[in-house]
Write a protein that binds this ligand. Sequence first.
Ligand SMILES: Cc1cc2nc3c(=O)[nH]c(=O)nc-3n(C[C@H](O)[C@H](O)[C@H](O)COP(=O)(O)OP(=O)(O)OC[C@H]3O[C@@H](n4cnc5c(N)ncnc54)[C@H](O)[C@@H]3O)c2cc1C
Length: 387
Amino acid sequence: MRRPYYNPGVPERLKSYWELTLPVRHVTATSAPASVDVLIVGAGFLGLWLAYFLSARKNPPRILVVERDTLGYGASSRNAGFLTCGHISEIVSDLAESPREAVFAAFLRRKQGVQTILNEFPDLLTDPCGSADYDPITDEKRALADELNATLASRGEPPIYDERELVFGGKPRRAFFNRFDRGVHPVRLLKALHERCAAHGVTFAHGVEVMNLGDGSANVVLADGKPAKVKYGRAFICTNAFARQLNAATEIVPGRGQVIITTPVEAKTSHALGFLNDGYDYFKFVDGRLLIGGGRHMFREREETTDLTPSVEVRNYLQALARQVIGHDRFSVERHWAGIMGFKSGAHVSLTHETRIDARTSELHACGGMGVALSPVVAQQTAANFP
Ligand SMILES: Cc1cc2nc3c(=O)[nH]c(=O)nc-3n(C[C@H](O)[C@H](O)[C@H](O)COP(=O)(O)OP(=O)(O)OC[C@H]3O[C@@H](n4cnc5c(N)ncnc54)[C@H](O)[C@@H]3O)c2cc1C
């Protein structure tokens, strides 16, 4: 037996705060359909949104989603839960490495993605706290904020950025504020999507690993360790950081992101999502606790891994940052976890999200640290192009 019948998922010590507060357990599959119209590999946000939009069509195809672990094992169940279209310092640094049109298009896509989530799940509990960019304010940033607001106005949408007086670590701080952004419990959204897909007739095979696939046929290993074959009309690899296993030529490389959450604490910082250091570091307030993540830029080489075991050096870095945000050191770390995201050849902004491997098989990606917002847009576009 390769795997137990009930999928235990990630070991307790490596679980995210989200997985602990909203556990997900699945009966794993010891059989799989011999043939389907659409095979989706990976049940993270991207795979689930794709299954959702395809299954919502008038004559939906027969869809099988194969997931070797728990829902959103790499990143979707382990991220920070920001629903964000971007903050000014991040967009300024994107402009230094990508064309203006691409950066603005990515901003609009992310905004559209967050709006899609809110429209599709109007009852989803979110925190409409907005986000604050605590990096230094410059004239270049002021001009960009105006330009982004003007872009929205030209589309008949209200402005979202303004400059305001906030509190950071007990001291007043002027910051750019984005009133559109909000926080979400990512596993709550994952579960809601999963339930919606199942209600639409999507078949799930949990605890099943796709070993290889191509030209309409996939070799899988079922939860009881037995091999099986699934024939497909179209397959979409939505495995994010784990893409190399199924596509040796993939451009996607893994990158670990780490997060800590404190015990409940009185923090002397405004209640909003917070961005520091061009967005490499970020924080938010959840259930009276401070969640703070980042540090990848300080330890980049060691974070190019798919290992979920968090490191002491990043914990120390995040703890020092937490002290600044909270404004005192009377707190303790309740949980420290890691997630694995995919990066497309180091590019932060990318407008191409599909790589064709053969006539029936594609790799899809919504890479980097913005996939919660981007994946509905990528999935909706892919479903719209489906014949
Ligand atoms: C620490 C951290 C913080 C982040 N914070 C945010 C944030 O606040 N906001 C935001 O928008 N984005 C954030 N992100 C990014 C976001 O979480 C990801 O972009 C998004 O979740 C990716 O979704 P996905 O479906 O592509 O990948 P994943 O969620 O990684 O899903 C891929 C799935 O494929 C499965 N799989 C892999 N190989 C196989 C195989 N061979 N057979 C079967 N199944 C397989 C895996 O088990 C996994 O479940 C963060 C990421 C990290 C790591």
